[in-house]
Design a protein around this ligand. Structure first.
Ligand SMILES: NC(=O)CC[C@H](N)C(=O)O
Length: 366
C-alpha cells in the first residue's frame, strides 16, 4: 500500500496522490516539462534548482536510473510530480528506481496526479509556488505558508563549483564559467579536444585572463539572471577580448552585459522538441529547452547585438550574436542531454570562431 500525499498550490488547488521519494517535504516553483524521455538528465539538470518539475509524459521511471547519465553530481530540484512512477524499471544500465533515487537525494515527489490538469493550470495562470504534505489537516496552513513565504534567490551559489578544476584535452583552452553547468557541456568540449577549466561563477576577470583561455563559455544555470548582477560586468569585459559562447543563463547574461533586459515568462519553455529557426539559414532545429526567463526583443535595438534564432512557438528570442566581436549565445541547449542533437553544430562553430580569431591575431601581430 502506498502512502497518501498531497500536492498543494499557492492558489489553494490540491491534488491527491501517492508519496514518492523523500518524506522531507520542500516548497518550490512548480513548472512543467514536456519531454517524453530523458527524465534522469532532467532531474539532475542544475537549472531546476529549487523548482518542482511536473512531467507531462504519463509514465516516468520505466528504464530506471543509471550511474552514467547524470548532468550534475547530485540533483538539486525541490520535487517531482508524475502521473505514474514505474516501480519496476527494466534496463540493463539501471541501478535504481526513480523512487529510490529521489529518496537517496532527499527529493520529495508525488505520483498519481492528473498532470494534464495541472499543466493546463500552469499554462493558464503562469508558474505558481507549490508544496507537499502527507496530512490533509495541514493543507490550509501550507496554502498560507505558500502565500507568505518568498522562495530563495541564491540558486546559482548553491550549484556553482566551489573551486576551479580542469577537464584535460590537448586542443583549445576553454574557461567554462560555471553557473550550475550541465556535464554535457564539458563532454562536448572535451569531445572536440578542448582543455576545459571550470571556474566558479564569481571568478574575477584577472583570474580568468591568467589562465590565458582561447575561448570562454558561460554555462546554463538556475534562477533569475538578474540575481547574479554582480558577475555581469566580468562577462561584459570578456566580450571582444576572447571568443565567447553562452548557453541559456549564459545567453541571458551575455545579453544583459550588452545592455539588453530580461523578463520572466508566463510558464517558460521546458521540453525536448521546441522548434527554433536559425534566421541566417532559415533552417529549423528541434531543441531541448529549460528556461523561465527570456531576453526582451525591444531591448536589443539599443545594443550591438543581433537576433540569430527565434522560437517558432511564441517568437521569443533564442539566439544572439555580437555585430562586431566573436561572441554568440543561445537560449536553448545545444549540448542536449536530454534532447535532440540538431544544434550540436554550435560547438563546432565555436571552435571555428576560435580558429579564425587566432588566425586574425597572428596576422595583426605579424
Ligand atoms: N537552463 C538555464 O540556464 C535556465 C536559465 C534561467 N535560470 C531561466 O530559467 O531562464
Amino acid at each position: 500500500m502506498k502512502n497518501k500525499r498531497y500536492l498543494v498550490l499557492e492558489d489553494g488547488t490540491t491534488y491527491k496522490g501517492y508519496a514518492l521519494g523523500s518524506d522531507e517535504l520542500t516548497l518550490g516553483e512548480i513548472v512543467f516539462n514536456t519531454a517524453m524521455t530523458g527524465y534522469q538528465e532532467t532531474i539532475s539538470d542544475p537549472s531546476y534548482t529549487g523548482q518542482i518539475i511536473t512531467f507531462t509524459y504519463p509514465l516516468i521511471g520505466n528504464y530506471g536510473i543509471n550511474r552514467d547519465d547524470f548532468e550534475s553530481l547530485s540533483p538539486t530540484l525541490n520535487g517531482v510530480v508524475v502521473r505514474e512512477a514505474c516501480d519496476y524499471p527494466s534496463n540493463f544500465r539501471s541501478s535504481k528506481s526513480l523512487d529510490e533515487t529521489l529518496k537517496f537525494y532527499q527529493i520529495p515527489g508525488i505520483s498519481g496526479v492528473d498532470t494534464r490538469s495541472l499543466t493546463r493550470k500552469i499554462r493558464k495562470y503562469g508558474v505558481l509556488k507549490a508544496g507537499f504534505t502527507d496530512n490533509a489537516n495541514e493543507i490550509d496552513a501550507l496554502v498560507q505558508r505558500l502565500n507568505n513565504e518568498t522562495l530563495r534567490t541564491d540558486e546559482v551559489e548553491q550549484v556553482s563549483s566551489v573551486r576551479p578544476y580542469i577537464s584535460t584535452g590537448d586542443g583549445y583552452k576553454i574557461v567554462l564559467i560555471d553557473y550550475g553547468k550541465k556535464e554535457n557541456i564539458v563532454r562536448e568540449l572535451n569531445r572536440r579536444g578542448c582543455d576545459v577549466t571550470v571556474v566558479p561563477y564569481q571568478t574575477s576577470i584577472e583570474e580568468i585572463m591568467n589562465i590565458s583561455p582561447d575561448g570562454i563559455m558561460v554555462s546554463n544555470g538556475p534562477g533569475n539572471p538578474e540575481s547574479v548582477q554582480e558577475t555581469i560586468q566580468t562577462i561584459g569585459q570578456l566580450i571582444g577580448k576572447i571568443p565567447f559562447f553562452g548557453i541559456c543563463l549564459g545567453h541571458q547574461l551575455f545579453a544583459l552585459s550588452q545592455g539588453a533586459t530580461s523578463y520572466k515568462m508566463k510558464f517558460g519553455h521546458r521540453g525536448a522538441n521546441h522548434p527554433v529557426q536559425n534566421l541566417q539559414t532559415g533552417k529549423v532545429d528541434l531543441t531541448s529547452q529549460n528556461h523561465g526567463y527570456a531576453i526582451d526583443e525591444d531591448s536589443i535595438a539599443n545594443t550591438d547585438l543581433e537576433v540569430t534564432h527565434l522560437a517558432l512557438n511564441d517568437k521569443s528570442i533564442e539566439g544572439l550574436r555580437h555585430k562586431k566581436y566573436p561572441a554568440f549565445s543561445v537560449q536553448y541547449h545545444p549540448e542536449a542531454s536530454p534532447g535532440p542533437h540538431d544544434s550540436n553544430y554550435l560547438f563546432d562553430e565555436f571552435i571555428e570562431m576560435i580558429k579564425l580569431h587566432k588566425a586574425k591575431e597572428r596576422t595583426i601581430n605579424a
